[in-house]
Design a protein around this ligand. Structure first.
Ligand code: RAM
Length: 938
């Protein structure tokens, strides 16, 4: 993991500093003495970002020390426009002087106001609670984007080429040559487009990002990117070449296959600002002097793939001295630049390469390669072919029962790349503006031999920092964890999608909502969600109703006839739950502020439509989508099963969500100081709870829908009448025991294990986890799944498939059990009162079936570890790491304190705060450091 490497680096560095100072006899130098250091400086979660628009960008740092119980007591930040000014402390933009504060994350910059393109260098030093002071940190930096519309000197340009709307669009090429008269000190490109773009400078791609400018609700928000291209330019002639793809903007999108959803024409907005070594500046912009044509990309669509005819390549088109006299012109167009926004999300990059593990000739005689992993991205090949000959690559997630290539579940998405050779030596190709969800590829139309070495799978996704991992002694559960992570990777492609392969790939809000906390354990998803949530604001209806998908491209319910595509419980609640999750995981209050009006609008919508009945039964709801159904149990378990299917009333679910979301709104309003709102929501909650009791709870505490999901939601959301909590938990447990499996869908599944663990039934949660029979998490694993399936029985025990209408093998929703693996199995929990892991709760739930479990999370404060291991003698070892500037309550599984050791000392002698055992745990309060708790009792 990155963090380990990082730690090693910092360790080596501090060792070096230590040795230098020792040799020089400067042992009294501060910092070296206390070994308190500051590291991993970030701005807006990123390392030295460029192109920010937040006028008070938030700063983060981590403390590191060899001491235990380290808490920051104060910090000092200084910032300057140049490195020299920072070092000499002249002309500082900001000097906080010593600020008494424990805060080391999410500190808003409050120095001199920032201007477009301004670069800021900053450093920080800290004091700990014992008065030790660190050295100044290394210098970090950030740079602003274009902050006002008038900064855009460029014109929008569209290629003046004729296009046939009834056919796929060839990708336009745009070009411009420029003469840069002097030596260059620095250069930036600011760019966006309608569609997708790839910019080449002097024949080389700018940046390592794909799918720029990203997918947003294009009519309201259009992101631009900023690139430092200093190294790619030279004095003299330079050439700019831009390829435009259709992308989400005008390519076919949504299952109805409509194209041109945002506009018919692709276009470019490009501005390059060059600063010469003499300080003078030059700006190169897109305008009608640019030339346009088309080239080898005859089609490149997200669902269908790319058609590339290498014979049509325009050799040298993106280099200088190319003859473009026959090219078309570009036309300047006016578009509203007030919708332009800097990119706050996470760039999509190639993060891994996979080699195929096997070449297969299927029973049908198809040539198939197996990458061993269901992945998202594309295949690059290096092959030779005769001029005009072709290779076709199709992509599939699974093989069928007979072992043949299977693509029926893609619905109409073709996932097909086709390449026509130009016949000149070895040709290397990867598609430009498409991605595929696949484990297998089928190669056809190719005359030559293809070996494993000729092809490479390129894994792409939003390149978030991987921050968490979970592992335990059960290999199938470990594979499940890997599948969750692969599901996360494959479906975090600029927006969180339901699936990456069929003709859908949309930002389904419900799926994202249930998976958000799991995502936040595994990766730093804060900037990713911050970007996506902005589109909730603009796509929400005026009445507060939130769309099924964001960006909302499903017009009028997408032909389902169910509703207009807005306001489904558990889906629309993403507007509140995801910002709350980001706040909990990273201590980020800004996302709460940004989204507050949007959240409130959704809350008010529920209030309005529930009226004084306080029952939310208005409008269409998906309910516990894809819950376990009767006919399946009949067919696959026992003919006389007698189980009527697990249908949970949708209004019961909606009312439970109404209660839960209102509770979050109350907390969020209080955090933001909106006391009136907080009071209002607080006053509504008991009314919803009373109405729920009246409507859905019998006199003996049975719910009107006697299903697992009903009890799970009622317990998890706290809406179960207090007097019936125990009976409800018992009913949930009984129901699972009776059926011997879960029956939950999209809304019940994510919370089932959590609800069981929180109510004293961790043993049953474990039973569900270890179940290998359908329906269960491990059933797909035993069937060879390498990602999370949409359906519990995507592939049935006899090898046949679920309904082709909806059978994705890469749908992360059921992977939301990952939250429980971290919080209960390994036991790392967030304290909701001190979010972002400022205070950590470690409380593992042991299981007879596991000998160890561990999780590590690189939090915004540093690395957190929880690792329990049963010893051969039956005792338990619990190793915990608590990062500097945090504290933790560690619940050590022990029924007595006698024989309980902390770092080799009996706990009573260990100078540590603890309480006597209760409910099987001894609670120990610790500060930062590494701890080993050992029980000698069995
Ligand atoms: C399916 C999507 C998604 C789900 C909706 C209700 O089409 O794949 O997973 O949220 O339906």
């Amino acid at each position: 993991m990155k963090s380990n490497r990082m730690h090693l680096k910092y360790f080596q560095k501090s060792l070096f500093i230590f040795l230098v100072f020792t040799t020089l006899g400067f042992m009294e130098v501060q910092g070296a003495k206390s070994k308190l250091t500051v590291q991993d400086l970030r701005t807006e979660y990123k390392v030295n970002p460029i192109g920010l628009e937040n006028l008070s960008p938030r700063l983060f740092w981590k403390l590191s020390s060899q001491n235990t119980n380290v808490l920051q007591s104060a910090y000092q930040i200084k910032a300057a426009a140049t490195m020299a000014d920072l070092k000499s402390e002249n002309n500082l933009l900001w000097n906080t002087n010593k600020v008494s504060s424990e805060e080391s994350i999410q500190i808003p910059y409050k120095g001199n106001s920032l201007t477009s393109g301004q670069k800021v260098y900053w450093q920080v030093r800290v004091w700990d609670a014992n008065g030790n002071i660190s050295n100044w940190s290394e210098v970090a930096s950030f740079e602003m984007g274009l902050l006002s519309v008038s900064d855009w000197k460029a014109s929008w340009i569209e290629p003046d080429i004729s296009e046939d709307e009834t056919k796929p669009y060839p990708s336009p090429l745009l070009r411009k040559e420029v003469d840069l008269s002097k030596e260059i000190r620095s250069a930036r490109i600011y760019a966006t487009c309608h569609g997708l773009y790839q910019i080449n400078l002097n024949g080389k791609k700018v940046g390592d990002e794909f799918f720029t400018p990203g997918w947003t609700s294009y009519h309201s928000n259009l992101q631009y990117q900023v690139y430092d291209v200093t190294a790619q330019l030279k004095k003299g002639k330079n050439a700019i070449g831009v390829i435009l793809g259709d992308g989400w903007y005008r390519g076919p999108l949504v299952w109805q296959g409509n194209k041109n959803l945002y506009g018919k024409k692709s276009g470019l907005l490009f501005q390059m600002e060059v600063t010469y070594t003499d300080g003078s500046k030059e700006t190169i912009v897109s305008d009608n002097s640019w030339k346009a044509s088309t080239g080898a990309i005859l089609k490149s669509e997200i669902y269908d793939g790319e058609l590339y005819d290498a014979r049509l390549e325009k050799e040298g088109w993106d280099k200088s001295n190319f003859d473009d006299s026959k090219w078309s012109k570009c036309i300047e167009k006016e578009y509203d630049n007030s919708i332009l926004t800097a990119s706050v999300g996470v760039p999509v990059r190639i993060t891994e390469e996979l080699k195929p593990i096997q070449k297969i000739i299927t029973p049908k005689g198809e040539l198939v390669f197996d990458f061993g992993q269901n992945m998202v991205g594309w295949v690059q090949f290096k092959l030779q072919g005769e001029k005009g000959s072709k290779i076709t690559i199709q992509h599939a997630e699974v093989l069928d029962q007979e072992g043949n290539f299977y693509i029926d579940n893609l619905r109409v998405a073709q996932q097909k790349d086709q390449y026509i050779f130009n016949g000149e030596g070895v040709e290397e190709f990867q598609p430009h503006f498409t991605f595929h969800g696949f484990r297998y590829i089928k190669i056809s139309d190719y005359k030559g031999e293809v070996s494993l070495n000729d092809i490479t799978g390129k894994v792409i996704h939003s390149d978030m920092d991987p921050i968490g991992d979970f592992e335990c002694s059960d290999t199938l559960v470990n594979r499940l964890q890997k599948n969750i992570q692969w599901g996360l990777r494959g479906n975090f492609l600029d927006v969180p999608t339901d699936c990456p392969q069929r003709d859908e790939r949309l930002g389904w809000t419900g799926d994202a909502q249930v998976f958000a906390s799991t995502a936040c354990f595994n990766m730093n998803a804060a900037p990713f969600y911050t970007k996506w949530m902005k589109d909730f604001i603009v796509d929400q209806k005026a009445d507060g109703s939130v769309p099924w998908v964001v960006p909302n491209v499903v017009e009028n319910g997408g032909g389902t006839g169910w509703s207009d595509g807005f306001g489904a419980t558990g889906w629309a609640d993403a507007a509140v739950i995801i910002p709350w999750t980001v706040y909990q995981s990273y201590g980020d209050t800004q996302i709460l502020e940004n989204q507050y009006a949007s959240m409130k609008a959704w809350e008010e919508y529920m209030i309005k439509h529930s009226g004084d009945r306080y029952i939310f039964d208005y409008g269409f709801h998906f309910g516990d989508w894809l819950a376990f159904a009767e006919y399946m149990s009949y067919k696959y378990n026992a003919p006389d099963y007698g189980f009527a299917g697990a249908h949970t009333d949708k209004d019961l679910i909606a009312t439970a969500y109404y209660y839960y979301t209102t509770g979050l709104m109350q907390k969020i309003a209080a955090i933001l100081g909106k006391d009136e709102d907080a009071k209002r929501y607080e006053s509504i909650r008991p009314k919803i709870k009373a109405a729920f009791k009246k409507e859905y709870v019998t006199a003996t505490g049975r719910l009107s829908s006697n299903t697992q999901t009903a009890y799970i939601l009622a317990l998890s959301f706290g809406i179960m009448p207090d007097e019936f909590k125990e009976t409800a938990a018992q009913r949930l447990a009984d129901n699972i025991n009776e059926l011997d499996h879960l029956t939950t869908g999209f809304l019940g599944t994510p919370l089932i294990c959590q609800a069981l663990s929180e109510n004293g039934f961790s043993d049953i949660a474990y039973k569900l986890l270890f179940n290998k029979r359908y329906p269960s998490w491990l059933y797909p694993v035993t069937m060879g799944a390498t990602t999370i399936w949409e359906r519990w029985d995507g592939i049935k025990p006899d090898g046949s498939f679920q309904d082709v209408g909806m059978n994705s093998f890469n749908h992360y929703a059921y992977g939301a059990v990952g939250n429980w693996l971290y919080t209960q199995v390994a036991g790392v929990q967030i304290d909701p009162e001190k979010p972002g892991y400022k205070h950590i709760i470690i409380k593992p739930q042991l299981s007879d079936q596991l000998t160890y479990a561990k999780a590590n999370i690189e939090s915004m404060y540093g690395e957190i570890n929880s690792h329990w291991q049963k010893q051969e003698d039956g005792s338990l070892l619990l190793k915990v790491t608590v990062p500097a500037n945090t504290t933790a309550s560690v619940f050590v599984p022990a029924s007595t304190t006698s024989g309980l050791y902390v770092n080799g000392k009996e706990i009573s002698k260990a100078k540590i705060k603890y309480t006597e055992p209760s409910n099987g745990y001894v609670k120990v309060e610790v500060g930062s450091g590494n701890y080993q708790f050992k029980t000698t009792q069995k």
